[in-house]
Structures are given as structure tokens and as C-alpha cells.
Design a protein around this ligand. Sequence first.
Ligand SMILES: O=C(O)c1cc(=O)[nH]c(=O)n1[C@@H]1O[C@H](COP(=O)(O)O)[C@@H](O)[C@H]1O
Length: 251
Amino acid sequence: MAEYKFIGGGITMADERIIAALDLRTLAEAEKLVEKLGDSIVFYKVGMELFYAVGPEIIKYLKGKNKKIFLDLKLHDIPNTVAEGLVSLMRLGVDIFNVHASGGFTMMSRAAQRVREEADKMGINPPKLIAITVLTSMDGDDWDGLGMHMPIDEQAVRLALLSKDAGLDGVVASPHEAARIRRACGKNFMIVTPGVRPTGSTADDQSRIATPEQALKNGASQIVVGRPIYKADDPRKAAEQILAEINPADC
Ligand SMILES: O=C(O)c1cc(=O)[nH]c(=O)n1[C@@H]1O[C@H](COP(=O)(O)O)[C@@H](O)[C@H]1O
């Protein structure tokens, strides 16, 4: 999946395994960051903060720049509402979108079926539909507060298997659970892991974290990185350090 471009004697790498989160509030800030990151980042995640403020304009902008897009709105509602909501989002032309696995099997299978039907009608490949397992910010205390009896890692695997059975393409999970999910769900299942922190970065509000290299070794197909890139003094340098970390032989 890694793609390499040689520019002016130096090496710039674009690697679809890194998804940079655009957790910003305005189009201008997002554009500035995307410009700064240039061709070091090809995949962006647009979440609630930016999409609720800016709407489809951000998707149009990223598509115009030939970037890939993970639209992270984490739908969680009754089956019909989620399925039809996803159909509306498909019209934007995103590459990945998501629902909460805790919405249940019926919701997820209806959503997956509806997305495939609509993609057929539109004559496109369906966007990848993935499900949140257990949020990476949750620690043991948060978990106990929900009254859940299964350990977090077992619950994450259970939700991943449920998502797979419902016909989804993959899950969002913590790097801590990626290895078990990979073993349970097989090599073609997408495992997107946020909660990724390069060595030396602060955890912020994340709990179940790992370095980019460790997350990929654990079986993640893609990693999501937000603050360690967009809050860095030099975001491009931060992105390139992560690229170097995950492509050691090439640097
Ligand atoms: O769905 C997500 O992307 C997501 C799921 C999850 O369990 N944990 C999680 O952090 N995320 C998102 O991943 C990004 C992580 O951002 P940073 O903690 O700044 O790297 C944020 O945009 C979160 O909304």
C-alpha cells in the first residue's frame, strides 16, 4: 500500500496506512493543514467537529486534492435511520464511513445491505463500512461504570465478529485489541486503530494507546493520528517521522 515519490533528491512518502485526523473547526484551518502536509498524507479523517461546522465543503475540497476520505460520524440509531443516513453520506463520495457496533447486528446488517444496494444503483464501488468496537478513550473505570461484565478486549473481539457477520468491511479498535481481532476476523478484515501515539507524545484523552509501529505490528490495517500531527509545531515533520517509523527499511 505504500507509495513512494522522489522529489528533488529527497524522499517523500505517501502511505495509505496513515489516516490524519482533521479535528479542526474551520475550512480555512483544514486547508492550511492539508497544504502543509502536502503529499506526505493521502488519507484524511473528517470527524464531527469539522463536518458539523463546515459540511460537505470539506469533502469537496479533499476530493479536489485527490485525497482519500474517512468520514467519521459514528452513526448510532435505529436500523432504518442509520441505513438511510449512510445513503445520504454516500452521495458525498467518501472512501470509508462508520457506525457504532453497539447499535447491534440488525442495524449493521441492514446498513451494509443498503449501502451495497445503493452503490449498485449508483454504479460505484461501495465505500468501506466499518464499526466502532470500544472507544480507545475508555479505561477500566469508564468500562466498569457502564456495567459491562466482559473485559474490554473480549468485548472488542465480540463486536468485531458481530460486525463481520453483519457484512461490514472492518472495525475501529484500539491497538491493544488489534491482534486478537486480526486472529478472530482474518487477514482481509480492516482494523483501523486510533489511540496511536509516537514515542514521546502525550496520551491526551486516549487510554488504550500504542506507537504507530506497534499498532501495525499488532495487525492494524490503518492507523488514525490526530493531535500528534495537527498540533505539532511542524506537522509535516511529525507526519514524516511517523512514516519513517513505519517504513524503517526504506528510510
Ligand atoms: O472513530 C474514530 O476515528 C475513533 C474511535 C475511537 O475509538 N477513538 C478515537 O480516538 N477515534 C478518533 O480518532 C481520532 C484520534 O485523535 P488523536 O487522539 O488526536 O490522535 C479522533 O478524531 C477520534 O474521534
